[in-house]
Write a protein that binds this ligand. Structure first.
Ligand code: PEP
Ligand code: MG
Length: 597
């Protein structure tokens, strides 16, 4: 790859072009400063007033986020406010001021370092999330104590559309930037599930994260062209690059018009194969777009996102309300609620979790839920209550064993009886399906099919576990592909097992949202795809262009291929007679909403 291209993870689609604005959202230098005994009281007052100032600032941010992005996202600041006010932490700083005669900023830095050392080096994602909050609070506190300017406020008024480049993006910075003056975001840290990435996506800001060497290549003023889909960041694009990007934009506009024209038509191939297109819902804000885009139900609600930034688990009532709300939006279609997929990289502050060397191979998903009935049971009760008039289904993540389904079913039955006995309106039962996202489950799919009502393949994890490639590791990004024949063969095996036992089997991993791999899935006889709402219309348009016979031929050849490159070539060979490949290659710079070229 050219030296002008930095590679990261595309976390929010769209093409952005503009000069970089490097945000040094890093720890300020704190001079080691001692104080005299007569200054102790004044220094403690200074510390307390800095805390008040930072908390006020965070509360303002919370309010702004609530107005711009909704209440859910604004919860992100709750953890930081609690941390800023933490009496134990502040008490320890005051102790250092008093006993060691340190200045307020030196004491604060010292205490933060102590906490950081205790939390670091664990590899535990939950603690990493808390570390990010600690960093954000520490930087604010030190800046106030040192009398420095607050970048975030300065940056809310940049001169023109800029691409913000930072080591790590704070959610505060992400949400309060004026959308009209912001072209895109790039950061060295962060993955798709980091707070700032989730926010950038729901706000429609193109963003690339995990660009590990961004700050050593980019200076303020360096012109950048970033692609929030492929994760490419192009430095100093030349006129030819810009012409290509602008051609992409025009091509995309033309495509958008074509895509609009099929909005009210069924998602059906030219030779009559019907494919049900459902939506994945991560945040409540996506429900609307999913409905407007014609989703035929919801194939995946990621309930763990209800916990993002929260310090407390949502109540049973909150959950029942949310489930009803999604179900009501799709009265004629199934709505699939996945039980908490906690663990891996998703341990929010609200949940105490042990430190583990390999969190993705550890205490995750259904394992956590079965070990914590006080968390699992209220969620299942909420599902039963929500299902009373609605078409809700429950889905279990990361299943590897038959007994995980049986134990859940037993709990569901018990809770249904308890609800009935208490006279609380609730469904007596609810369809129970599982995510097919481990090789173990795929291998025993025939057995699992006898225990549950439907399968949905989680190709993100299935790819990760089958290929032994960490899905969040930017260095291995080229190896992480569901086009690998090993994954393709498992997909066929799972579909065969589901069919043999007469249960429904769909796909809800990202593979279903990407045009080429969606073709492969249709060829493997998957007829229910659950995808990110912004991709729904494009997918429908694509399905209407490519005959099932071509999908089928491609899948047939892919099963015999030697490697992912060959599968890619096979897919392109079969797709190219029907659509312009430049429109469907996820690794080319495909601009979406918000392109600025
Ligand atoms: C998957 O693994 O493909 C999936 C849909 O679940 P998640 O991405 O939430 O792990
Ligand atoms: Mg998964």
């Amino acid at each position: 790859m050219s030296e002008r291209v930095l590679r990261g993870i595309g976390v929010s689609p769209g093409l952005a072009y503009g000069p970089a604005m490097v945000v040094d959202w890093r720890f300020p230098d704190v001079p080691d400063r001692g104080i005299g005994p007569d200054q102790v009281d004044a220094e403690i007052l200074r510390l307390r007033s800095a805390v008040e100032q930072v908390v006020r600032h965070l509360e303002t941010l919370r309010q702004r986020v609530r107005e711009r992005a909704g209440a859910e996202e604004s919860n992100i600041f709750e953890a930081q406010i609690l941390m800023a006010r933490d009496p134990e932490f502040i008490g320890a700083c005051e102790h250092l001021i008093r006993k060691n005669l340190l200045s307020a900023e030196t004491a604060y830095e010292f205490k933060a370092l102590e906490v950081r050392v205790a939390w670091s080096g664990t590899g535990n994602m939950r603690l990493r999330e808390r570390l990010a909050d600690l960093s954000a609070v520490q930087i604010r506190m030190l800046r106030v104590l040192l009398g420095e300017q607050d970048d975030e406020l300065e940056l809310s008024q940049p001169d023109g559309p800029v691409v913000i480049v930072a080591h790590e993006l704070s959610p505060g910075l992400t949400v309060q930037l004026d959308r009209d003056r912001l072209a895109g975001l790039v950061s060295e840290e962060g993955t798709r599930t980091s707070h700032a990435a989730i926010l950038a996506h729901s706000l429609g800001i193109p963003a690339v994260m995990g660009v590990s060497d961004a700050l050593s290549h980019v200076r303020t003023g360096t012109v950048l062209l970033i692609d929030g889909s492929s994760g490419n960041v192009l430095l100093d694009p030349d006129p030819a690059d810009l012409r290509e990007a602008s051609t992409q934009v025009s091509r995309r506009r033309k495509l958008e018009l074509e895509v609009e024209s099929v909005a009210d038509l069924p998602s059906e191939t030219p030779d009559g194969r019907r494919v049900q297109l459902m939506a994945n819902v991560d945040l409540p804000e996506e429900i609307d777009l999913a409905v407007r885009s014609g989703a035929e139900g919801v194939g995946l609600v990621r309930t763990e996102f209800m916990l993002t930034g929260r310090t407390m688990l949502p109540s049973e009532d909150d959950q029942a309300d949310y489930f009803r709300r999604v179900a009501t939006a799709f009265p004629r279609y199934p709505v699939t609620i996945r039980t908490y997929d906690l663990g891996g990289d998703k341990f929010p502050v609200a949940f105490e979790a042990p430190v583990e060397a390999n969190p993705f191979l550890g205490w995750r998903s259904i394992r956590v839920c079965l070990d914590h009935p006080e968390v699992f049971r209220p969620q299942l009760r909420a599902l039963l209550r929500g299902a009373v008039h609605q078409n809700l289904r429950a889905m279990l993540p990361l299943v590897t064993r038959v007994d995980e389904i049986r134990r859940t079913r037993a709990i569901l039955e018990e809770e249904a009886q308890l609800l009935a006995r208490a006279g609380i309106p609730a469904a007596a039962t609810i369809p129970l399906g599982i995510m097919m996202e481990t090789p173990a489950a795929a291998v025993i799919a025939d057995r699992l099919a006898q225990e549950c009502d439907f399968f949905s393949v989680g190709t993100n994890d299935l790819t990760q576990y089958t290929l032994a490639v960490d899905r969040g590791n930017a260095r291995l990004a080229s190896r992480f592909t569901p086009q690998d024949p090993a994954v393709v063969r498992l997909l066929k095996q799972v579909m065969d097992a589901a069919r043999a036992h007469g249960i429904e089997c769909g796909v809800c991993g990202e593979m279903a949202s990407e045009p080429l791999t969606a073709v492969l899935l249709i060829g493997l006889d998957y007829t229910s795809l659950s995808i990110a709402p912004p991709s729904l219309r494009l997918l429908k348009w694509l399905i209407r262009q490519i005959p099932y016979s071509a999908c089928r031929a491609a899948a047939h050849e892919a099963l015999d291929a030697d490697g992912p490159a060959e599968v890619d070539a096979i897919l392109k060979h079969h797709v190219s007679p029907h659509v312009d490949l430049r429109l469907v290659d996820p690794h080319g710079p495909l601009p979406a909403r918000g392109a600025r070229t």
